[in-house]
Design a protein around this ligand. Structure first.
Ligand SMILES: CC(C)(COP(=O)(O)OP(=O)(O)OC[C@H]1O[C@@H](n2cnc3c(N)ncnc32)[C@H](O)[C@@H]1OP(=O)(O)O)[C@@H](O)C(=O)NCCC(=O)NCCS
Length: 324
């Protein structure tokens, strides 16, 4: 599930007749969703995410449902994406604050998961911590032994993290065979072949991607930052064999974003990755700020926990529609 990065004030729409219909989202609906969820939850998504998901998973394998009032107003949404034959990730689960507690969310959720459950897939979601127990009661009762933690940096400066960089070489996408990146991704992501998703995501229209190589030109990490609503930047994925490589990726990627010191930068990382606390603190010095939050959420599954190589995860790929 897309996680709220901060607790938001409850904005209320005028209450009215809550009759609604559920339908497939259009691109215009998606743009409203991005703005609405940024305003009320501070969710960090991009207008371009929707076309990228459709390309990444295929039209049939990525579904975004919206609940609409008869006048067309979007009041809720949820999405699902199918990875290969066995896995499906649920995300972007939201109902406008003024319409919560009336059963709209549950109807959206049941509808979007129906087919994947019938297909016998292992479903995953990134649960906001407060909802974790409810999801478990609803079948998402398999948990890893780590949670998710949001890191938010403002006033970033790459100078201090540069001291962590050792002998990794950071190169552009073009310098590496795609298969090498896909093999590395697979080694982190529980051996799931995510090639199609990967190709679309590393070429995200508002994204910048770099690859880390060792001295023998083997891939030892890759990172993507994308520009999202409210002028923010979100890293994801940031996978690396060690902290120095993660630091090198952050530094070089940010150098391609002219005004990065004036932007809020987000990472959502496994809570076991203590190195991210240090990295984001260093990134914020000498004049910026950073916020580390514990227990922001947890990735839950219906059938079994996928054994990802969590030591290499400095930021999850996409909180909405990825299991890591
Ligand atoms: C989560 C959310 C979408 C639920 O929408 P809703 O329309 O209020 O939900 P409903 O009225 O259908 O559900 C009513 C109850 O079922 C629970 N519920 C909703 N969806 C559920 C699900 N998929 N599985 C289990 N329980 C669920 C609700 O928490 C609520 O429980 P309560 O009555 O004990 O408080 C809505 O609260 C929301 O947008 N929250 C903020 C965004 C967010 O945190 N999204 C989820 C991120 S993981």
């Amino acid at each position: 599930m897309a996680l709220p990065f901060t607790n938001s004030p409850q904005q209320r729409l005028p209450q009215g007749n809550s009759s609604f219909l559920i339908q497939e989202s259009t691109l215009d609906d998606w743009k409203r969703i991005v703005d609405l969820s940024a305003d009320t939850q501070r969710w960090a998504m991009a207008y371009d995410d929707f076309p990228v998901w459709k390309k990444a998973f295929g039209e049939q394998n990525a579904e975004l449902l919206v609940a609409k009032k008869p006048d067309g107003q979007v009041i809720g949404f949820v999405s699902i994406a199918k990875f290969g034959p066995d896995i499906a990730a649920v995300g972007n689960y939201y109902v406008h604050p003024a319409y919560r507690g009336q059963g709209i969310g549950m109807q959206l959720f049941d509808k979007v998961t129906q087919t994947s459950l019938a297909e016998g897939r292992n479903l995953s979601l990134n649960a906001a911590f407060l909802l974790s127990k409810k999801y478990a009661d609803n079948g998402f009762d398999k948990y890893p032994d780590w949670g998710l933690r949001a890191h938010v940096v403002t006033g970033a400066n790459g100078a201090e993290i540069a001291t962590l960089v050792h002998n990794s070489k950071i190169v552009s996408l073009k310098a590496v065979e795609f298969d090498q990146i896909a093999t590395y991704d697979r080694s982190v992501a529980a051996n799931v072949d995510r090639s199609e998703w990967l190709e679309a995501w590393i070429n995200h229209p508002t994204g910048r991607c770099k690859i880390a190589l060792d001295t023998t030109n083997h891939v030892i990490g890759y990172g993507v930052v994308r520009e999202v609503s409210q002028n923010r930047l979100v890293f994801g994925p940031l996978y690396a064999n060690d902290q120095g490589t993660a630091a090198a990726l952050i530094k070089v990627i940010l150098e391609e974003v002219d005004d990065y010191p004036s932007r809020e930068i987000h990472f959502l990382s496994p809570s076991t990755n203590e190195e991210m606390n240090e990295l984001t603190a260093m990134l914020s010095r000498p004049r910026g700020t950073y916020e580390h939050r514990g227990d922001d959420g947890i990735c839950q599954f219906t059938k079994k926990v996928l054994k990802v190589d969590v030591r290499k995860v400095y930021a999850v790929a996409d909180v909405a529609l990825c299991f890591i």
